[in-house]
Design a protein around this ligand. Structure first.
Ligand code: ADP
Ligand code: MG
Length: 339
């Protein structure tokens, strides 16, 4: 039975330099199964689109050539099917089923390694399909040679066809993916927010999607438009790895510059209004963007005590409720610090 997810189509797949090779190979296979690259081996890190491409191939083949038997399955499903067949003495049915497939798509094949009987059975399935020019596509998190405990004979077969990698998408591709998802979800995604997310969420596409889902839910519940401030608030945990790289010194430098002051003035005992206001803004941002404690922040502002920092942070927090100029200033500073 065909188990495809329509969301995972070629149409919904954003192509960039990180994935264009795997995408082109998948498309070629979908359009001419068995006649282009066989097997096609797609590898790449988690959340980068491997499963998406397999489903896209399945959907496209079924659409273009409805008569073909297309089977998408995870390596785990194959293993469980095999165990079931052995247990109930249905090996003949198992072999018949797998050997009548026209396009076999096996996801996360690395999970077959270490499973001796599975590898043997898959080896025979592979040979039967390959010999009758049926299409085989597998994905993995690594190249065949790096999958530990993968049998040599399977490894060499995986290397017979085409090996295509998917890398982390670059900044522009990440932004394009976000825009596409926002469109599909009918979300209003301002371009500054899109770029902010694309810049700060670099790990994988699944994290990008997750951030959009959370922003959407939060925007609906709070009835507020999506903004960079909301991202900082709602996505704290996702954005946090970057935060730890922001130092107190950096915050002081950027805030001082913004106010036309010297960093030393924010650390000095001077209490003139413009200086003390800038100092409080800097303390507020240190608290928000670094993982330093109140006493540590105080000590870096010329040896002030923690109560002074808490007072400064509270003061700015209260002002932010009513002062839109200050809101803009903080947002701008946050942007330059996180750039
Ligand atoms: P993998 O199988 O490599 O771990 P998935 O295929 O499950 O990753 O992708 C994770 C999520 O990211 C899915 O929702 C998928 O649709 C989406 N995704 C990944 N790459 C792209 C892309 N290039 N364009 C659009 N969506 C993508
Ligand atoms: Mg996957």
């Amino acid at each position: 039975m065909l188990n495809t997810n329509l969301r995972f189509s070629f149409e919904n797949f954003v192509v960039g330099s990180s994935n264009q090779f795997a995408h082109a190979a998948s498309l070629a296979v979908a359009n001419q199964p068995g006649n282009s690259y066989n097997p096609l081996f797609i590898y790449g890190g988690v959340g980068l689109g491997k499963t998406h491409l397999l489903h896209a191939i399945a959907a496209q083949v079924s659409q273009r050539t409805p008569g073909l038997i297309v089977e998408y399955l995870s390596a785990e499903t194959f293993i469980n099917d095999l165990i079931h067949a052995i247990q109930y003495e249905k090996m003949r049915d198992f072999q018949k089923k797998y050997r009548s497939i026209d396009v076999l798509l096996v996801d996360d094949v690395q999970f077959m390694a270490t499973q001796e009987r599975t590898q043997e059975e898959f080896f025979h399935t592979f040979n039967a399909l390959y010999d009758s020019q049926k299409q085989i596509v597998v994905t993995s998190d690594k190249v065949p040679q790096d999958i530990p405990e993968l049998e040599e004979r399977l490894r060499s077969r995986f290397e017979w066809g085409l090996i295509a990698d998917i890398q982390l998408p670059d900044m522009e591709t990440r932004a394009a993916i976000l825009n596409k998802k926002a469109k599909v979800e009918d979300m209003d995604l301002p371009s500054d927010v899109c770029h902010f997310l694309a810049r700060h969420i670099q790990s994988n596409v699944r994290m990008l999607e997750g951030s959009l889902t959370r922003l959407k839910a939060f925007a609906e519940m709070s009835e507020e438009p999506i903004s960079v401030d909301m991202c900082n608030n709602v996505l704290k945990d996702i954005l946090s790895p970057k935060r730890s790289f922001i130092s107190i010194e950096e915050v002081i430098r950027i805030v001082a510059k913004h106010h036309g002051l010297k960093a030393g003035e924010l650390k000095s005992p001077k209490r003139a209004k413009p200086i003390s206001r800038a100092r409080q803004v800097a303390m507020y941002l240190c608290r928000e963007l670094t993982s330093e404690s109140f006493p540590e922040i105080g000590s870096r502002f010329g040896g002030r005590d923690h109560a002074t920092v808490i007072h400064g942070v509270n003061k700015i927090t209260a002002l932010l409720e009513v002062d839109s100029d200050l809101q803009r200033e903080i947002q701008q500073l946050r942007k330059s610090l996180m750039a």
